[in-house]
Write a protein that binds this ligand. Structure first.
Ligand SMILES: [Zn+2]
Length: 91
């Protein structure tokens, strides 16, 4: 599904995520969503668990992702609703 990543006061963009068959590295549940994009050059895509709100990279291991934009992303994956941008410039 399409999700909005919003960096308040800065910019936002949309990304496509799909549910995977993967087990979460933290809670072990199969509630992991991964980006269909190319992701980061070094660590690959960042995946998100909607069960325990963890961010992880399957190439780079558990991610230290702490930006609030990713929590908004998990909310969208969980609810199935794409958020509308409130601030910033689209990319
Ligand atoms: Zn989890």
């Amino acid at each position: 599904m399409r999700v909005l990543l919003e960096f308040p006061g800065s910019h936002h963009y949309w990304d496509e995520y799909e549910k995977t068959d993967w087990f979460c590295q933290k809670c072990g549940q199969k509630e992991v969503w991964d980006s269909l994009g190319e992701g980061d050059y070094y660590t690959g895509t960042t995946a998100y668990c909607t069960n325990c709100n963890s961010a992880m990279s399957f190439l780079g291991g558990p991610s230290q992702e702490t930006h609030p934009a990713y929590l908004g992303l998990i909310d969208q994956l969980r609810s199935g609703q794409t958020k509308k941008p409130t601030t910033g410039k689209g990319q």
